[in-house]
Design a protein. Structure first.
Length: 292
């Protein structure tokens, strides 16, 4: 059995699931998901919930009794912190060792507990069709979402994603500035036609008041978000071209697009710590730009 510890928002959970799915497929074993991390409350960590149930995934929620004892999360924050320090020193075979792609995890076998973010398409290289199929919506989207999806798919659409929310004042992530979007638009309009821009954000009112573009623009509101943001991701994936930000939600919105000639502009730097190498995160045909 492959068990994956889930943490973070929808995009993070998708990366975690993708690696687990590949390992379960390769080893012909069950994939189970451990969402216990979402029951914890930490001052400096955004509260999240289990979001993958909006997709047609091939996994079950694990029973506590099925989790190896050493990986069960205790209720005490002090104990959790001590475990965290211990595991920084002594890493288990299924624990992510760094942000970079670790090819050894792909040969871990069919009985493993995975704990990490696993943010690289290299973890599911060769399994792209399976992963994209699993990330189709389990239920048909609402009629307003379907109508907008048809409009987006039938125009030379440019998706712009703006991440604010928990990124404002975040010590780990920079918020991209307007110049990044300007340079991105300039690149895309020199290589493709832009008929309309569709702006997606967790702070759409801020976008309406602060972003002005040279092309007709639609600011996609919360009424298109769906239950857990899956409506926005579904709509993003229907766009022809993309300017994404340093967000896994952004990343998946662009990756799930099946438009063969898509152009994806992405930040050259994903974290405030510029020493973190993101080469394994960014597909080779995407275009990295400086964010500030």
């Amino acid at each position: 059995m492959i068990i994956v510890r889930l943490k973070g928002g929808l995009g993070n959970q998708m990366f975690q699931y993708a690696l687990g799915r590949v390992l379960s497929f390769k080893n012909n074993t069950k994939l189970k998901l451990d969402p216990a991390f979402f029951n914890l409350n930490f001052k400096n960590i955004t509260k999240r919930s289990y979001d993958l149930d909006v997709f047609s995934i091939k996994a079950e929620i694990v029973e506590k009794s099925e989790i190896p004892f050493v990986f069960r999360l205790p209720k005490s924050k002090i104990v959790i912190y001590l475990i965290y320090l211990f595991r920084k020193i002594i890493k288990s075979s299924g624990q992510e060792k760094s942000f970079n792609f670790d090819k050894n995890i792909l040969s871990i076998g069919g009985n493993a507990y995975l704990d990490g973010y696993w943010q690289s398409p290299k973890y599911f290289e060769g399994f792209e069709n399976i992963i994209s199929k699993d990330f189709t919506l389990k239920n048909p989207p609402a009629q307003n979402i379907r109508n907008l999806a048809e409009e987006i798919a039938n125009t030379n659409s440019l998706c712009i994603h703006v991440r604010r929310g928990d990124y404002v004042g975040n010590k780990n992530h920079e918020i991209v500035d307007n110049d990044y979007y300007r340079k991105g638009i300039e690149y895309i309009k020199n290589h493709a036609q832009i008929d309309r821009i569709y702006v997606f954000s967790d702070d759409i009112e801020w976008c309406k008041n602060n972003l002005k573009f040279e092309f007709p623009s639609i600011f996609v509101g919360y009424e298109y978000a769906g239950i857990r943001g899956e409506g926005h991701m579904f709509l993003m994936s229907k766009c022809k071209n993309f300017i994404i930000v340093n967000s896994s939600f952004s990343w998946w919105g662009a990756w799930l697009s099946n438009y063969e000639k898509k152009i994806v502009i992405c930040p050259k730097q994903w974290f405030t710590n510029a020493s973190i190498n993101i080469n394994d995160l960014i597909p080779k045909d995407w275009i990295p730009l400086e964010i500030i």
